[in-house]
Unconditional design. Structure first.
Length: 171
């Protein structure tokens, strides 16, 4: 069960007040800090519901990416690029997924030094279970209405596009 944090005050609001006294307007700092804090809260919730499946959200993301791929397999460097994680983190995640029986690892025939990760039937089954758990949690956004989900996605997408997250796309 997801536990509330229950802080006695809003730390970002308090930081905003202090920021304004020391540095000036705080709206951008408060918004950016809120994004990071929400990310931490959501990841903790996701990891909690995925733990019984021997998954973290990072490993779940790898399995979903493999599930969505045409062949059920991808080079490790593509996984890292798509998920924006360091190659060492990808290797660690794949090692854990292999140990759990969710992924097989094999040499990449198209790249003599590269490695492919391929989802197993057991991995596909655990993706289904994990997806049910995360959906039941409403991906941690149950306090927001459906329209707010869309508005939040649209707002954050503009920030991502402005940062060059998607090639050839402009806000």
């Amino acid at each position: 069960m997801v536990r509330p944090l229950g802080l006695p005050f809003d730390p970002i609001e308090r930081a905003g007040e202090k920021w304004e006294k020391h540095f000036g307007p705080s709206s951008a700092m408060r918004a950016a800090t809120s994004v990071f804090r929400v990310q931490q809260i959501l990841l903790a919730r996701f990891d909690e519901v995925l733990r019984p499946l021997e998954l973290t959200f990072a490993r779940y993301e790898v399995l979903v990416l493999l599930t969505f791929s045409r062949s059920g397999e991808l080079p490790l460097k593509v996984i890292g690029s798509r998920l924006m994680v360091h190659p060492t983190s990808v290797t660690n995640a794949i090692d854990r997924l292999v140990a759990a029986g969710y992924v097989d690892r094999r040499p990449n025939p198209a790249d003599g030094r590269g490695v492919l990760a391929a989802i197993t039937d057991r991995g596909r089954a655990v993706v289904e279970e994990g997806t049910r758990a995360l959906t039941a949690l409403d991906f941690g956004l149950g306090d927001l209405a459906e329209e707010e989900h869309e508005a939040l996605f649209t707002t954050l997408r503009r920030a991502r596009l402005g940062a060059g997250d998607v090639a050839g796309d402009a806000p």
